[in-house]
Design a protein around this ligand. Sequence first.
Ligand code: CA
Length: 414
Amino acid sequence: MRVREHAGITDAGRRRRRNEDSFVVDPPFFVVADGMGGAQAGEVASRLAAAAFREYHDADDLDGERRLEAIIQEANRRIFERAQADTAAEGMGTTVTAALVDGGSVAIGHVGDSRAYRVRSSQIEQLTQDHSLVADLIRSGRLAPEEADAHPQRSVITRALGTDADVDVDTFTVDAEAGDLFLLCSDGLTSMVTDDEILDVARGSENLDRLAKALVKAANRRGGEDNVTVVLFALDEGEPGLQETVPMTVDGHGNASDLEDTLSGLEVPPHVRPTPPSEEVAEAREGETAIGWTPLPERRGDGSPARRGRTRPRRRLAGVSIVLAFAAVLLLAAFWGLANAHFVGAEEDGRIAVYQGLPYDVGGGVSLYRARYVSTVRAAQLSQDERQRLFDHDLMSYAAARDRLARFETEAVP
Ligand code: CA
């Protein structure tokens, strides 16, 4: 297999001032890294991971998976050492999702919640498993997959590069066929855009550069709450050596400044737009108006709203009462919960913590909980099994929650 075409792009998104993502497009290597940590530490961590790939030149007698494992372990060592040496960088870490085109197959190395996908015959398949708190909760049946996107701790990862001297790396190999398209991306894309929507955008794009930009644009249209990075490569029959030399793109940061200009001519297909709440859909359909964010009632020639608009008030009133009653119940539950309930979770940097309140966001950045105690033990130091038992969302007293953590705090090796 040879790489027929490739593209890479990163964008800060709409909410973040900094971009902590990095990427490498350097065939046969493709990498996405999503950094975390205070000040500029997240950027440092993801750049160190990217640099480890760029500087790697030997040991190609190893198979693809073992090469990826070796580079990722080297990256981990460098980030961990930097974090130890520099107090400002303490606790920094990064995800890494890397692909290596290796003959007729593609090797994948993976830590964290960035993802690798393969698109083949109009199907999209997620190749990697997220190492994240919500993924653990889904696997143990505590959280429905559709609840994951709204979970307040959806960005907590349970494995990262740089937080410990050793890291568990997932490596595996998938077969490759001519026409396969591979996508590596940070969670800034997948938390905003569904897999099916990614597939829809892919179908409508004429080349990988435009596809990469269209995906970033789709994430930003949904709110762009996080840095978005997209790396793409398409495979073809042929010898790797015959590959067309496309200028190497290794800049994980500088490409996005011209995004607004270059993206302005692009349109996200209409079916990729956010689905309006069901009542709005019904209203729009009956009124024969286009479905969009906030469909307006169709107006007649005399300027009065269409028939649908006039027959609605009673139903609206009933609807409003139900919503108000529901809100009151929620509020009461929240007050009770805030005062009495505690649950175990983890902070953005992975440290396990006891929260007072309920594990929900009510929207607009308001959550129903606050951290009451933050441990020095990180989620990454626990086994998958321990994490699943610890992060179960059971509500309990503060003392009981501290008891649960205490066991890990005495056992965990710092
Ligand atoms: Ca991210």
